[in-house]
Design a protein around this ligand. Structure first.
Ligand SMILES: N[C@@H](CCC(=O)N[C@@H](CS)C(=O)NCC(=O)O)C(=O)O
Length: 470
């Protein structure tokens, strides 16, 4: 039973309490009850939507190969970028990204790390790549977070207009990752994160080490791992494992495939949202993208990387829009139009009301939502001012008076709802219900749309750090 619950709510950092007895119970539980459901899920038809170029997909492929289960999923090749078929985002994955895993009679799984962990769970017993030992798991999660920072910074070297700054960021992020790995291997002897044991920590980063170590020197005259000997050693050791060997393209093929990024038209098709870690203000843009069904690359910058940047921002093909309202307009109107290669002119765009009055109302509500945003953040501070709760109540009442229902400006969702959302989800549910039922209805309706919750999710620690710094 609990296994099914895990399946429906793929991995979160908080899934497992961090005290030892629980993990022992879980292991015992796995043996008694979950093997049956593991087997029944494993025998269902699985379809993996994939592309061999994609490093995210590669995580899932490595795990399958490690388990000797690479024949299990059927595979559907999805061309990326302009060649991607429209049905993929319509029917399979609204974010339009690979990998996606569909399982007969079960909800679809998205996101490479969750798919990789799913394969690890159903084929992995008892040798899990993500061991159930709480301390080990916590260390792997921490490493994976650093991998995430490094991966975004490395993509930044491909996409950023400010090459020098992007390289500095990449150096800093890779350096942090290298230090974390070197600290571990100094004790366990390496070459992997857990010593001689290959784990999900290695799976998380190896596809990116492999690609960036050949493509960035080729296209950006930049070797991100020149000073990262622990990472290079990890890649070398992983490269001789059949799981990597059997699932990889040649360096030459990676360089050729990355020509799309490396050439001058590199970033034409990638709509990128950059935001500071933990910022609900920045999350307005990712929520709007999710509500509008737009595929965006999200780069979450930690405090150090965010220094000197005007965030949040939205970029496409060398054009960047800063400041909330301009970034939102660019995200929802200019960028999609440019991507569709349509000439300027009004058209039906999700979240942008065609009715001029509703448009004006949405703009006004979005502006006034800042007062709610500020009030939510101020009330969340550790040493919040005594009048912070009253100010929050006042802000809620103000917005409750402005919204039409069921959405902010009427029958259809608009960008005003996306702007409210990241703050509404941070207001205590009971007071929202009591003081602002129309806002509560917006929160519920938006939460029910695909990907919206995920798009507004931040690591609680990042959120608290953001609040304290505000
Ligand atoms: N966070 C996602 C990222 C997946 C992703 O960005 N995949 C890229 C390919 S490497 C993609 O599908 N991009 C869409 C496209 O290129 O059309 C995951 O981990 O699954």
């Amino acid at each position: 039973n609990s296994f099914c619950t895990l399946l429906k709510q793929p991995a979160t950092h908080a899934r497992q309490p961090s005290h030892a007895p629980i993990s022992l119970i879980l292991v015992g539980h796995t043996n008694k009850h979950t093997m049956a459901s593991v087997q029944s899920v494993a025998t269902k038809k699985h379809t993996l939507y994939w592309n061999p170029i994609c490093p995210f997909v590669h995580r899932a492929l490595i795990v399958l190969e490690e388990k000797g289960a690479s024949a299990v999923p059927d595979r559907v090749h999805i061309p990326l970028g302009k060649e991607k078929p429209a049905w993929y985002a319509e029917k399979i994955n609204p974010a339009g990204t690979v990998p996606t895993l569909t399982i007969e009679g079960e909800p679809t799984l998205f996101e490479s790390s969750f798919i990789a962990e799913y394969f690890d769970r159903i084929f992995g017993q008892p040798n899990l790549l993500l061991p159930p030992v709480p301390q080990v798991r916590a260390a792997i999660r921490e490493f994976q977070n650093l991998c995430g920072d490094a991966i975004s910074a490395l993509y930044g070297v491909f996409f950023s207009n400010d090459a020098a700054a992007a390289k500095d960021r990449a150096h800093a992020a890779v350096d942090k990752l290298e230090k974390a790995l070197a600290n571990r291997t100094a004790h366990n002897g390496g070459p992997f994160f857990l010593g001689t044991q290959f784990s999900m920590a290695d799976v998380h980063i190896v596809p990116f080490l492999q690609r960036f170590s050949v493509t960035l020197p080729a296209y950006r005259d930049f070797d991100p791992f020149a000073n990262a000997s622990a990472l290079r050693r990890l890649l070398e050791a992983a490269s001789v494992r059949p799981s990597l060997y059997n699932t990889s393209l040649t360096p030459h093929e990676y360089v050729t495939a990355y020509g799309a990024y490396g050439g001058t038209k590199a970033h034409v098709d990638t709509l990128t949202v950059r935001l500071p870690a933990g910022s609900p203000f920045g999350r307005r843009l990712t929520v709007a993208a999710a509500m509008a069904g737009l595929t965006v690359r999200t780069e979450v910058l930690n405090a150090k990387a965010a220094v000197g940047q005007r965030l949040p921002s939205v970029s496409l093909a060398g054009t960047t829009a800063h400041d909330s309202d301009k970034a939102m307009e660019f995200l929802l109107e200019s960028a999609p139009r440019a991507l569709r290669k349509e000439s300027a002119g009004p058209g039906a765009t999700p979240l942008v009301p065609t009715d001029p009055v509703q448009h004006g109302r949405a703009q006004f509500i979005a502006q006034e939502a800042d007062t709610l945003g500020t009030a939510v953040v101020m009330a969340a501070k550790r040493d919040a001012a005594a009048d912070a709760p009253a100010k929050l109540k006042e802000a809620l009442a103000h917005l409750e008076g402005l919204v039409a229902g069921p959405w902010a400006v009427g029958a259809e969702p608009s960008f005003a709802d996306a702007v409210l959302y990241p703050f509404l989800r941070r207001v205590d549910k009971a007071s929202l219900e009591a003081d602002a039922p129309k806002l509560k209805a917006i929160l519920d309706a938006a939460s029910a749309l695909p990907h919206v919750k995920v798009a507004s999710h931040d690591d609680p620690e990042d959120y608290h750090a953001f609040v304290e710094a505000a």
